[in-house]
Design a protein around this ligand. Structure first.
Ligand code: ATP
Ligand code: MG
Length: 382
């Protein structure tokens, strides 16, 4: 590309040359036709310069040409011919110089567009490359984050289950109190009967059988607790009512001790494909929350109603208490991790978060809560 000073030199050179050519024509009086030289000069200027310079130069050439034509009119046979010749040559100068300039201009635009296109394509390719790298790493990162989250959730479920185990010690104590008392009576009977006539083989057999039955009952309680805290390895189909009764057998003595009634209302026996122990953990957590609310409010006729039924091909269990419900302003937060209204030594706030993870994520169901009647209602739908 010629620079600015080269342009100036070209322009001055062309102007001087055109004037010189004009002068030469004047001297030679039309002996030579120098018109083609004008054209070549103008073509070069049009090619290199802008439109204004091209037009100025072609006007100068045109003026010189007309002066020359007027000066040599005696060469023309007809008076009008030299007008005509002047007009044609003058127009030719303009048209040709404009044409050259236009072609050059268009080529310039084309080059610029091509360059821009090339640059755009290059940056597009670069962006595409970056995007691909980002995309593939994003997939990996998202998968990793999801894995980590799942891992964390599962750890939380496990830890919470262990924490629950601690809470359940109290329940085991209540579960054992009654059979232990009964066992005590059975044992006390032995020395009392020893001196009487009734102390015979039959007495020993009945007494032993009774003691064994009580011991087996206590052993079963321990098994129930142990089974409950075992992790579900794989999903299986289980009856909702059976899990409800297992959970109730773990807590009924404690609830009785706290004067909380339980109304069980199985309308049907819906089946669920999922993790029975995790499901039991959810039930237990919701029941413990209801118990906490009922004892905190000191409700007379404290009652927890449990309904189980099928709806639109899904199993539904609702657990309703009469402890006054959940304040509207916290209803949207109770499933958040670490949200609790209980004291730090009483609640971790993980219970409902964990329950929702189990039902919604692990089993593809829905755990919801609302206020109904004179308390809170939790609905487990799987
Ligand atoms: N039946 C209910 N009645 C009234 N409020 C409830 C009931 N169930 C849950 N809540 C509210 O929801 C909150 C969160 O319950 P969540 O089970 O997640 O944690 P927590 O019971 O406080 O602690 P954690 O279960 O970890 O020991 C409770 O602190 C309580 O305010
Ligand atoms: Mg809880």
């Amino acid at each position: 590309m010629p620079n600015n000073s080269e342009h100036k030199i070209l322009l001055i050179f062309s102007t001087v040359l055109i004037v010189l050519l004009g002068y030469l024509n004047y001297i030679l009086r039309g002996g030579f036709n120098l018109f083609p030289l004008y054209l070549i000069l103008l073509a070069i200027v049009a090619w290199k310069e802008n439109l204004l310079n091209t037009m100025l130069l072609s006007s100068l050439a045109g003026v010189i040409l007309i002066v020359k034509i007027f000066h040599t009119q005696h060469f023309y046979a007809n008076e009008y011919l030299y007008y005509w010749d002047g007009l044609v040559k003058f127009s030719l100068l303009f048209i040709m110089s404009y044409g050259f300039w236009k072609i050059r201009h268009l080529m310039h635009i084309r080059d610029e567009i091509n360059l821009e296109l090339k640059q755009a394509m290059a940056s597009l390719a670069a962006a595409n490359g970056e995007l691909n790298v980002l995309n593939s790493s994003l997939e990996i990162r998202v998968a990793k984050a999801v894995d980590e989250l799942r891992e964390k959730d599962n750890m939380l479920i496990l830890e919470y289950r262990q924490a629950l185990m601690g809470k359940m010690i109290n329940n085991i104590a209540h579960q054992w109190r009654q059979p232990l008392n009964a066992l005590g009576l059975v044992v006390q009977q032995v020395p009392l009967y020893y001196d009487s006539n009734e102390f015979d083989k039959e007495f020993i057999e009945t007494n032993t059988a009774m003691a064994m039955k009580l011991i087996q009952h206590m052993s079963r309680t321990i098994d129930d607790f142990r089974n409950f805290f075992r992790s579900d390895k794989e999903a299986s189909i289980f009856g909702v009512n059976q899990v409800i009764s297992q959970v109730l057998s773990l807590v009924e003595e404690t609830f009785k001790h706290d004067n909380i009634g339980i109304a069980l209302n199985p309308e049907s026996d819906p089946m669920v494909n999922g993790y029975p122990n995790e499901y039991a953990q959810v039930l237990l957590n919701v029941l413990m929350n209801a118990r906490d609310a009922l004892t905190a409010q000191n409700v007379d006729n404290a009652l927890i109603s449990i309904r189980s039924f099928s709806e639109a091909g899904k199993s539904v269990v609702t657990i309703t208490d009469n402890a006054g419900g959940i304040a509207e302003e916290i209803l949207g937060k109770i499933f958040d991790p670490y949200f609790t209204t209980k004291g730090p030594d009483k609640g971790t706030g993980i219970g409902l978060y964990m329950s929702k993870t189990i039902i919604d994520k692990n089993m593809g169901g829905l755990l919801t809560a609302r206020n109904a009647g004179s308390g809170a209602e939790f609905r487990i739908e799987v």
